[in-house]
Ligand binder design. Structure first.
Ligand SMILES: Cc1cc2nc3c(=O)[nH]c(=O)nc-3n(C[C@H](O)[C@H](O)[C@H](O)COP(=O)(O)O)c2cc1C
Length: 239
């Protein structure tokens, strides 16, 4: 798919007239969709907010979706809060404007033929499942970054598949193999390990793991030592 971003509130993005400010100009988004459809056979999808700045009403959101849909976009992922383009930082724009999931549910009701995804503040798979009763998909952002291991429950909890769940250590071993390949192509180890700092979130050694990967130098050897440490701890725990 090719996804148009009509949800990002950053100044840099605004100065380029893309991201969330595009919600003020649905016709421009429709023209983009039209041009993209002519240039590519891939599905064109859109990520948006429920509104920006002075867009106060549900009808304005409906007008936006209608205009973009008519250009041929049939998949919308909607971050269920407005973006306030004046006065809030991008970080604040992910927490301060209140979440309004009902408008996203209503869009699905009013446009049943569209694929509607919901995003914003969904912090566990149980909540994701509840949203899936009302919309077609859910998007989890920050929680996956902070607690990546929750992805290991997706097959069982969301897709009801009876697969064996990998342990954190198995995930780590797979990731080490990935990092070896990438490192051979010149990718710095630290630029990869920074994405797994939260692997042990909620576990006794979460802080120790973060610290290990936050030192002045980060090497794959540290991760092998970590795996040995965990193995010893588990042996000790199991007597
Ligand atoms: C560091 C960071 C970078 C992001 N970059 C993008 C992006 O490039 N495109 C996009 O559509 N959303 C981006 N987002 C927004 C997320 O996709 C998501 O809409 C937002 O974090 C709210 O969902 P959450 O509450 O599950 O985190 C970013 C969010 C963060 C924290």
């Amino acid at each position: 798919e090719v996804n148009i971003n009509a949800g990002c509130p950053s100044d840099r993005v605004q100065s380029g007239s893309f991201g969330a400010c595009l919600m003020n100009t649905p016709q421009v988004v429709a023209e983009c969709v039209d041009a993209m459809k002519q240039a590519s056979d891939l599905p064109i999808t859109l990520k948006s907010r429920i509104g920006v700045d002075d867009m106060e009403s549900y009808e304005e959101l409906v007008n936006f979706v209608t205009t973009v849909e008519q250009a041929g976009c049939d998949t919308f992922i909607i971050h269920a809060r407005k973006a306030w383009l004046k006065g809030l930082s991008p970080k604040e724009n992910r927490t301060v404007p209140p979440l309004n999931y009902d408008w996203v549910y209503q869009i699905k009701q009013d446009f049943p033929e569209l694929t509607i995804g919901i995003n914003g503040g969904i912090n566990c798979l149980e909540d994701a499942l509840n949203h899936l009763d009302r919309v077609d998909s859910t998007m989890l952002g920050r929680v996956v970054y902070h607690q990546p291991y929750l992805l290991c429950d997706v097959d069982a909890k969301i897709y009801k598949q009876n697969t064996t769940k990998l342990s954190r250590e198995q995930v780590l071993l797979d990731f080490i193999e990935y990092m070896k390949n990438q490192s051979n192509q010149g990718v710095p180890i630290r630029s990869m390990t920074r994405h797994i700092l939260g692997l042990y979130h909620g576990q006794p050694y979460a802080k120790k793991f973060r610290r290990l990967l936050s030192g002045a130098t980060v090497e794959l050897g540290h991760l092998y030592e970590w795996l040995e440490f965990i193995e010893l701890e588990q042996k000790y725990k199991n007597g």
